[in-house]
Design a protein around this ligand. Sequence first.
Ligand SMILES: *[C@@H]1O[C@H](CO)[C@@H](O)[C@H](O)[C@H]1NC(C)=O
Ligand SMILES: *[C@@H]1O[C@H](CO)[C@@H](O)[C@H](O)[C@H]1NC(C)=O
Ligand SMILES: *[C@@H]1O[C@H](CO)[C@@H](O)[C@H](O)[C@H]1NC(C)=O
Ligand SMILES: *[C@@H]1O[C@H](CO)[C@@H](O)[C@H](O)[C@H]1NC(C)=O
Ligand SMILES: *[C@@H]1O[C@H](CO)[C@@H](O)[C@H](O)[C@H]1NC(C)=O
Ligand SMILES: *[C@@H]1O[C@H](CO)[C@@H](O)[C@H](O)[C@H]1NC(C)=O
Ligand SMILES: *[C@@H]1O[C@H](CO)[C@@H](O)[C@H](O)[C@H]1NC(C)=O
Ligand SMILES: *[C@@H]1O[C@H](CO)[C@@H](O)[C@H](O)[C@H]1NC(C)=O
Ligand SMILES: [Cu+2]
Length: 555
Amino acid sequence: MGRAAAAMIVPLVLALCTAVAGAAVVEHTFNVGGMNISQLCTESVIYTANKQLPGPTIEANEGDTVVVHVVNDSPYSLSIHWHGIFQLLSGWADGAHLITDCSIQPAANFTYQFNITGQEGTLWWHAHSSLLRATVHGALIIKPRNGTAGYPFPPPYGEIPIILGEWWNKNVNDVETDAHLTGLGPAISDALTINGMPGDQTPCQGAGVYEVEVASNETYLLRIINAAVNVELFFSVSRHPFTVVAIDASYTDPYATDVIAISPGQTVDALVTTSAPPGRYYMAASVFDSKTVSFPFNTGTATGVFRYEGAPNDTAPSMPAMPSHTDVVAAGTFYWSLTGLVRPGDPPVPTAVNHSMLVEFGLEQGPCAPDQTRCQGFALVASMNRNSFQFPKNVSLLKALFDGLPAVYSEDFPVTPPPVPGIRKATSVMKVMYGDVVEVVLQSREYSGVLGTESHPIHLHGFNFFVLAQGLGPFDPTSAPSAYNLVNPQVRNTVAVPGGGWAVIRFTANNPGMWFMHCHLDAHLPLGLAMVFEVLDGPAPNMLPPPPVDYPKCY
Ligand SMILES: *[C@@H]1O[C@H](CO)[C@@H](O)[C@H](O)[C@H]1NC(C)=O
Ligand SMILES: *[C@@H]1O[C@H](CO)[C@@H](O)[C@H](O)[C@H]1NC(C)=O
Ligand SMILES: *[C@@H]1O[C@H](CO)[C@@H](O)[C@H](O)[C@H]1NC(C)=O
Ligand SMILES: *[C@@H]1O[C@H](CO)[C@@H](O)[C@H](O)[C@H]1NC(C)=O
Ligand SMILES: *[C@@H]1O[C@H](CO)[C@@H](O)[C@H](O)[C@H]1NC(C)=O
Ligand SMILES: *[C@@H]1O[C@H](CO)[C@@H](O)[C@H](O)[C@H]1NC(C)=O
Ligand SMILES: *[C@@H]1O[C@H](CO)[C@@H](O)[C@H](O)[C@H]1NC(C)=O
Ligand SMILES: *[C@@H]1O[C@H](CO)[C@@H](O)[C@H](O)[C@H]1NC(C)=O
Ligand SMILES: [Cu+2]
């Protein structure tokens, strides 16, 4: 690791461009490489940006330009995805390996460059090529143009990023290789983490604990990110109820709750007031397991500490009451109660729909592939409308679209589940015109009684969507639409579709490119639980520009 590890934050005023007066360039260099770490009483080598876990926080204002030079000092090829960023006319920088770009090869580098337009709140960045995202991730915080004064709530006294994660003692690339060879998905993680540390409730004495000092009688904004790889989580702070004010960088109506449910890919911004007696209070994260057939999962609890200024360090903190791991009511109440904050100028929910889709998905048992040498009887396979997504081999879908390359993908993604029983392995996309309104009923299905169902966090790149309604069981097209919230639905980039249930999302395809929609459980993405929206160019200037000059080559 010869290169400087420090993050650079260089806010420069764009003096020459009056149209973006006040907008800044936020520039970072991420050296992604190995580092030795002692965690859970085990010595490991992990891969991180700038030897930080979580990685550096990117802080910007709406309207800014973000420039990140990523230097790959790891032995793995990798890309970085800016999760939730719209990437308006900058789809090349989305960082979805083989969808929008190709991974950065070892010893190579690439500069991601994009503008932040029309979104505020908490997002994050993560590797989008393999389980490397377990440790290659960090917060991406977007403040209003005029700073904290622009918040639709009183500016808090302080802000605290809370990045929830999952930790494996083993090299995560080996975990992923094992998952493929066995056909059964990755081994469960060894710990959950809060800001990179497991806390003091693990069998390892002296494991790292994230502790933050807070002042009494002040309000703090927690920016909570679920960067865990495969698990939905509950999060609470003892004696500190939350007021949720934003999710996925989209403001909500204030929502009071003691417990937050958060799926991989999602963020929650929540206010807490430090009005408890001065002392130490645990924050805790534990798994929400929605599987209808029981499989092993991580039953541990990650802890961190809120310590009031001046409070003695040796008093034992009090633990929050956590929901049980299988408390679907606690999770569903949180996920379903949120509504969007509607402010003047916000885009209304579009009412005329151009494409109305029903997309069913789930896991089933498939045949072992010849290279799955440790597969015993069956391998897991996943699909959306009976298409198990296959990545292209040697060129990104976006490059294939831009260059008009034939035979890389097919424009035949079914808008409703086909009646055919079998699964088709294909690189199939849904083509839409610029500006089209797309509605998708996301339906979780049970295909195999052995595997049951579970909640799948479905993430869409390039857009936010309105969540018009959610429900359990099969979607009923006659009764459900009358209950759609077209007034103040929550706005997200990732929705936790309940196991065996459904969610209706709607978005305007106002950004040309190739946009991945996939399950954000890394256990399911390689199995094929994904599809792609191909959005054609609109009238000038809504056309995708050529790729950046240093665009990584595929292999
Ligand atoms: C980890 O530590 C070992 C032994 O001290 C050293 O040889 C190796 O270079 C270190 N690896 C990294 C990535 O720093
Ligand atoms: C990035 O790659 C270019 C082209 O290979 C090289 O000239 C440059 O020095 C590299 N930059 C860094 C920071 O490694
Ligand atoms: C960002 O916005 C500026 C000003 O509109 C524009 O010139 C530039 O091309 C944009 N950059 C990207 C990467 O989209
Ligand atoms: C900040 O900007 C928002 C609109 O983006 C506006 O409503 C608010 O009044 C502004 N606040 C201040 C203090 O300028
Ligand atoms: C916090 O507010 C409470 C209620 O007003 C008050 O009793 C307490 O003294 C305050 N604590 C501090 C440290 O100011
Ligand atoms: C508690 O520990 C922190 C850091 O370890 C220190 O800054 C603080 O002064 C300590 N507080 C007391 C009351 O000892
Ligand atoms: C999408 O719907 C709008 C409103 O109904 C209509 O004006 C437009 O032509 C439709 N677009 C396409 C490509 O059909
Ligand atoms: C990519 O692979 C396809 C199919 O395997 C092949 O037809 C095409 O020539 C390859 N393209 C490049 C640029 O290697
Ligand atoms: Cu899934």
